[in-house]
Design a protein around this ligand. Structure first.
Ligand SMILES: CNc1ncnc2c1ncn2[C@@H]1O[C@H](COP(=O)(O)O)[C@@H](O)[C@H]1O
Length: 301
């Protein structure tokens, strides 16, 4: 029977997936970073940053809590310093998700200012990319992150930007950055305002950066699934860890003995967790139902 066929990479690739936790700068591929670097190098020959293909070799994915966060603060963020670079890297992220059959993504990013743009322009430019056609059937929403290195005033600025750009697709705020740093208590007012404004927020951790003990099999997915809790599989930083969402589904199927039907059900559960509106939820559910029929999977109604 079709439903009993084992999960394979082709199945998880074509499965219409929901990405609820991806950091924008961490989702940029090495190739896209390299193209940005080459452009900067051509414009400014004195530009001294190392080529991403050398600084982040494709075989290197073993970043841990000590090396992961400095990768952004000392390197990746120094490559995205112009609005054209932000635009091209954002489009490359959207295109990669679309090619991996992601049908809805909530991208998160910390508003950053540079000499050539303000934090508001940073957010607005990303929203322009998200709104532009060309990545169908992927649709995206934006979550603005408070980084644990932010001051209380900067955190409030993030929430103010989220409120200002809500009508253009900002759906929530989150807390990101090195969990070993800072005192999150200073963000009480900022999160209080986000809550009062009805913005969504969520938090996470992962295996690769050694933010949990053990390996994939020890992930808390097993515990939550056993409790009947809906779960969502997400990538966090596909540009750094090189594990697209389709691969996360494949790993989950292998390590937790999940069937094709289980994986579609995880996607359906994820739909219930999006910050998007009911119309968006209906669109995603309909795509999943169609997929289930095409794959001959006996899904619950
Ligand atoms: C491994 N799990 C994680 N835990 C916590 N924070 C993370 C993270 N992965 C990424 N970030 C946060 O996202 C920023 C990069 O994207 P943006 O420049 O904001 O788009 C990083 O600086 C880090 O603070």
């Amino acid at each position: 029977m079709t439903a009993a066929r084992p999960v394979d990479a082709a199945f998880t690739k074509r499965l219409p997936k929901i990405e609820l936790h991806a950091h924008l700068s961490g989702s940029i591929s090495r190739q896209s970073l390299h193209e940005t670097w080459a452009q900067l190098k051509a414009e400014t020959p004195a530009f001294s940053l190392e080529d991403p293909l050398t600084a982040m070799p494709s075989s290197k994915v073993d970043y841990d809590i000590n090396t992961f966060f400095p990768l952004f603060s000392t390197y990746i963020h120094h490559l995205i310093t112009t609005l054209p670079a932000l635009t091209s890297t954002t489009h490359s992220v959207l295109s990669s998700f679309a090619h991996d059959s992601v049908i809805y993504a909530e991208l998160r990013t910390t508003p950053r200012a540079q000499p050539s743009f303000t934090k508001a322009e940073y957010v607005s430019t990303i929203l322009d990319c998200i709104a532009s056609p060309g990545h169908s059937p992927l649709t995206c929403a934006l979550i603005l992150s408070i980084d644990r290195s932010n001051t209380a005033a900067e955190a409030m600025e993030v929430v103010d930007l989220a409120v200002r750009y809500r009508a253009r697709g900002v759906v929530g705020v989150d807390l990101c950055g090195n969990p070993a740093r800072g005192d999150v208590g200073i963000y009480r007012d900022a999160f209080g305002k986000a809550k009062a404004e009805g913005l969504g927020f969520c938090l996470s951790c992962n295996v690769h950066a050694k933010l949990i003990d053990g390996g994939i099999g020890d992930h808390h997915l097993r515990w939550w699934r056993g409790k009947g809790c809906p779960i969502a599989l997400c990538t966090d930083d596909v540009g750094v860890f090189c594990s697209p969402l389709s691969n996360e589904f494949l790993l989950a199927a292998e390590h937790f003995k999940l069937s094709r039907k289980d994986l579609v059900e995880i996607c359906s559960d994820s739909v219930g967790m999006i910050f998007g509106d009911d119309e968006q939820k209906r669109r995603l559910r309909s795509l999943l139902v169609t997929f289930g029929k095409e794959e001959n999977l006996a899904l619950d109604a």
